[in-house]
Design a protein around this ligand. Structure first.
Ligand SMILES: [Zn+2]
Length: 312
């Protein structure tokens, strides 16, 4: 559908792109946010380095695990160890606020607009920051929900109380055996409600959010719609990136925005209506909040200092 030649945005400085984005945000009738892992990374929820060592150094020493992401795939020999890992994994990525106020700054930009959020993130940060729950669709699950590992019934379960208990009672990378969660219907172990295979449970809440998102898109097939893609990588482009390109192509008044450090591009077919920022999302959002602009023409008073601007 799209040409293989992608245009990397190098024709304008970062300052100019931010200026265009600011003007587009102000005039948009509707904003569709598509958020991937890069948004949470930008908010400080990093999965490696200092943050990993702070919470998981014992798992590093005992099992050789070097980051939170790969630890989620480690074949622990016992459910006691598995849940010691996962209760920490869930808690520090779901039940704590992100270190930086990136989600709050994003909300400040769109809260008075007609907006909707589609996200592959499972860390609940949109809700923690105060986004309207009825305007969110978590398509890939939520760390805060469990389901039956055999998917024997179509229901998910809030896990906060159990996760806190596991966290408080674990010793030597093991939880007490009596805390291992079991399916109330079939007795199989519970597991995270994350889309990693065909046992992912889509409960009533999931279908309701999916329907609200579809309705929002139907209602905004025309007009000044801003598709704002934030930190979406190339792992699952079929969920956010490719549909956003298609919707932008189908609506001549739509604008596609891609903010991603290292991977900001758009297909040639919509290049003229695209704003690509090869920059840190936190930086761009803070620029949008604070950038002093000319009241008449919206031009920034001073240029920003992001990587792409420095390169020009
Ligand atoms: Zn079951």
């Amino acid at each position: 559908m799209f040409s293989k030649n992608r245009t990397k945005e190098s024709t304008g400085s970062c300052s100019e792109q931010i200026e265009r984005l600011q003007a587009s945000l102000e005039t948009a009738d509707a904003i569709v946010i598509g958020a991937g892992a890069g948004l949470s990374t930008s908010a400080g929820l990093t999965y490696s380095g200092e943050r990993f060592e702070r919470y998981f150094s014992d798992f590093h020493q005992k099992y050789g695990i070097t980051d939170i992401y790969s630890g989620g795939f480690y074949p622990f020999a016992t459910l006691e160890e598995y849940w010691a890992w996962w209760s920490r994994h869930i808690f520090y990525n779901r039940y704590v606020d992100a270190p930086l106020p990136v989600y709050q700054e994003l909300l400040a930009l769109v809260k008075d607009k007609d907006y909707f959020v589609l996200t592959t993130n499972v860390d609940h940060q949109f809700q923690r920051a105060g986004f309207d729950k009825s305007r969110l669709f978590y398509t890939q699950g939520d760390y805060g929900l469990w389901q039956c590992s055999k998917a024997c019934h179509n229901k998910t379960y809030d896990n906060e109380a159990e996760v806190r208990q596991m966290l408080a009672q674990q010793q030597n990378t093991k939880i007490p055996s009596e805390l291992i969660p079991r399916c109330p219907v079939c007795g199989a172990p519970m597991t995270m409600n994350l889309r990693c295979d065909d046992t992912f449970v889509q409960d009533r809440g999931w279908y309701a959010a999916s329907e609200r998102y579809a309705n929002f898109l139907r209602h905004h097939k025309q007009g000044k719609v801003l598709f704002l893609e934030l930190g979406v990588g190339n792992n699952t482009p079929g969920i956010i990136k490719y549909p956003f390109w298609r919707y932008t192509m189908e609506n001549p008044d739509a604008i596609y925005v891609c903010i991603n450090h290292g991977q900001a591009y758009a297909p040639l077919e919509i290049a003229e209506r695209s704003i690509c920022l090869n920059a840190d999302i936190a930086f761009v959002l803070s620029e949008l909040q604070s950038k002093p602009v000319c009241e008449r023409c919206l031009s920034p008073v001073s240029p920003c200092s992001c990587d792409s601007f420095k390169g020009l």
